[in-house]
Ligand binder design. Structure first.
Ligand code: SF4
Length: 345
């Protein structure tokens, strides 16, 4: 059976035409699904009963349920383990920071990129998420917040999976997410993060409403980066940065450079010096992320002292550098950790 919530507006219109129906009804149906978050035909009250019947005979909605939900007592962050129809599971997290509620969504079950510091990598790659499965994370988590009189303010494609490794479904989800008749989310508040799939980076910039880009750098030499991020063996630092320089960035848009700080691996002042050389001339802001280790981690987080020194070295040279708090450390904030725990149960 066709999943109607995996379709773009144009595809819904085509689908209606194929059923011998007026295509303009597509706009109404599209709004019901994405703007109002309805997941059954019965609730589409301005659609005739006969059309609703016809649609439910040959199409259906993607099902997703929350299997487990943990709320941080420290900072109010919420982590949810979702389950899909085929039994596969993914994690989604809302990171709370003052008035900002950043939703971190997954794009794949597992990941094939194999970063050695990442819990998701240990799961291996299971499958891509559909665009409906990506968007349902937003709809469901936003509803959870609305029940508390709150809402999602920012969205990052930074959960389980490499977004640019599932480019078609990610692009479709981004178009619907930022479409005013879709989920209506501001494209300025949406960020896609990549480990460095250089071959697909510019596709993100072909969207009608371009979103923000974050790149996980995490090392300043090819040898270290290839060791901790195997993607670097295919697309080295020079190639990655070369691609970033070609991107048609809008005025005042900056690329976020993500840098997970691993003690003794990538956190020296020499690394900070090399970062300056790597990003020279690029409009960037740098996020230093304090590593959140799991029980079986082979790495330790950098000390606060070395993170502060690293930050100071860069800010003294006019870079914008944030140290990202280890959000929700009591709820296993890093991606893949709740999933891993669940698998062991
Ligand atoms: S850090 Fe991201 S890209 Fe790397 S293995 Fe984990 S989920 Fe995949």
């Amino acid at each position: 059976m066709i999943k109607i919530d995996n379709m773009s507006l144009e595809e819904i219109k085509e689908f209606l035409k194929s059923l011998g129906e007026e295509s303009y009804r597509g706009e109404q149906i599209y709004k019901w699904i994405f703007s109002r978050g309805v997941d059954n035909f019965e609730d589409m009250t301005d659609i005739s009963k006969s059309l609703r019947g016809k649609l439910s005979d040959c199409s259906e909605f993607t099902k997703i349920e929350i299997l487990e939900k943990i709320e941080s007592r420290k900072d109010g962050s919420i982590k949810a383990l979702f389950s899909f129809e085929d039994g596969e599971k993914i994690e989604t997290v809302v990171l709370k920071d003052g008035n900002r509620n950043t939703l971190c969504i997954s794009t794949q079950v597992g990941c094939r990129m194999g970063c050695s510091f990442c819990s998701t990598a240990k799961i291996g790659f299971k499958r891509d998420l559909t665009s409906a499965e990506i968007l349902k994370q937003v709809i469901v988590m936003n509803r959870l917040l609305e029940e508390k009189g709150d809402k999602v303010t920012n969205i990052v494609y930074m959960g389980m999976g490499e977004p640019l490794d599932n480019i078609e479904n990610v692009m479709r989800s981004l178009s619907i997410l930022t479409d005013e008749n879709g989920l209506g989310f501001s494209h300025r508040k949406v960020t896609v993060s990549t480990s460095g799939r250089v071959d697909n980076i510019d596709k993100i910039f072909s969207l009608k409403k371009p979103v923000n880009l974050a790149v996980s750098l995490n090392a300043t030499t090819d040898s270290t980066r290839s060791e901790i991020m195997p993607v670097n063996r295919k697309f080295g630092i020079a190639e990655l940065v070369g691609k970033l320089r070609e991107l048609p960035l809008q005025k005042r848009k900056r690329i976020t450079i993500e840098y997970v700080m691993l003690r003794g691996i990538n956190d020296t002042i020499d690394d900070a010096k090399r970062i300056i050389h790597i990003v020279k001339g690029l409009p960037v802001k740098i996020n230093l992320i304090l590593y959140n280790p799991t029980i079986d981690s082979i790495y330790k987080p950098s000390t606060e002292e070395s993170a502060l020194k690293f930050q100071k070295y860069l800010t003294d040279r006019n870079f914008t550098v944030f140290i990202r708090k280890s959000y929700g450390s009591d709820i296993d904030g890093a991606c893949g950790q709740l999933y891993a725990k669940y698998k062991k149960m």
